[in-house]
Design a protein around this ligand. Sequence first.
Ligand code: ATP
Ligand code: MG
Length: 428
Amino acid sequence: MTIQALKGFKDILPDEVRAWQHIEATAREIFHRFGFTEIRVPILEKTELFARSIGEATDIVEKEMYSFADRNGDSITMRPEGTASVLRAFIEHGLQAKLPVQRLYTIGPMFRHERPQKGRLRQFHQMSVEVLGLDHPRLDAELIAMGWLILDELGLSVSLQINSLGCPACRPAYKEALVNFLAARKELICEDCQRRSLTNPLRVLDCKSSHCQEQYVAAPSILDHLCPGCSEHFRQTKESLDLLAIPYAVNPFMVRGLDYYTRTTFELVTDALGAQSAVGAGGRYDGLVEKLGGAKNMPGIGFAMGMERLALLMTQQNEGGCPDSASDLFVAALGEEAAVAVFPLVHFLRRKGLRVAMDLEGKSLKSQMKQADRAKARYALILGEEELARGEAVLRDMTSKEQQAVPLAGAPEGLCAMLVEAIAPKGK
Ligand code: ATP
Ligand code: MG
């Protein structure tokens, strides 16, 4: 019997991988434009790190984490998100001493035991950014604009929703108003929400049940409960987004699935992926560094983009419009002698930076031309017994079908220089 991958765990096949590389390269380049540097953190962490940061009474910690006892009996977890690990590293290595404001990004797999669906996996990949040490609202807008720019450069259109979740000073009053609202509707909401209204009332607003959502349109709005500081911060965030001409909709019921958020939260959403509408999301988490044992008053903000959903959108919206890994040249050698002659030439051309394919077995010309088409080669260099005897090869432009004879005599460097000149894309 064959063995298959685990449910919710997916291979990224060669056909898809190009889109993935393009997404990652585009994002990296933009992260660098905005002054971010990469940090790579482990996939396994102590379970306590996530329980303390994401929150005990969240779906992720309650039922989605891959946690197990290692061989020493310690509880460890495969990271369900990146922020907690990056902040743990930030604190552990005293990064704030090196730069008062750190701009960090990381890219890699995350693990959540969810119900697999289109755009929802158990191992998925995020590109995420964190900025530590600054609470200015212009930063919130700058970060959102960076996410927006990545999607724009990928050719994806999405919309932006923002909200403010307040701070420890103003959220309790909102929670109370919400709890009262829920208590009055106890019979009308699902069991999960009844339970959440006691453990973590804000979470109810995230409920996927349409019955519950019908009730919550009348729920009190957090925006009516913000303290003057949070209210002003949110106003300036919106004003800064306006300055950058980034369009947004305010959604006072967007609460996010992690407990650590404060003030600005946002989601980049699409209507093209069914229920899995968020391609990126994040927000401010001003108390989190302290909660993890780091400095007091160390503000932070971050967001993460889901690579699976971006790749799906890319194929839907752009018909895979990403760069090709086509060959510059296919070298077709006919017969053993010709193959021996071109084998080192191919290696030399690759060392010179050209993308070169060859048939190592010396199959028929017809078969090799088929391979050249499959490799999307722009040129083919054909070397048969006759050509070899004449001391030349035929260079064929695969698009125009024009052919020219190129001399094989002389130093291979001379031939290579000529080929590189003729074939290399401009600017290479
Ligand atoms: P959702 O509401 O879709 O469950 P989330 O609020 O759990 O998303 P975050 O934890 O904020 O998402 O993660 C940020 C991004 O990571 C999401 O916007 C999404 O693109 C992606 N993501 C989250 N969970 C998954 C998953 N199980 N499979 C694929 N992508 C995911
Ligand atoms: Mg989720």
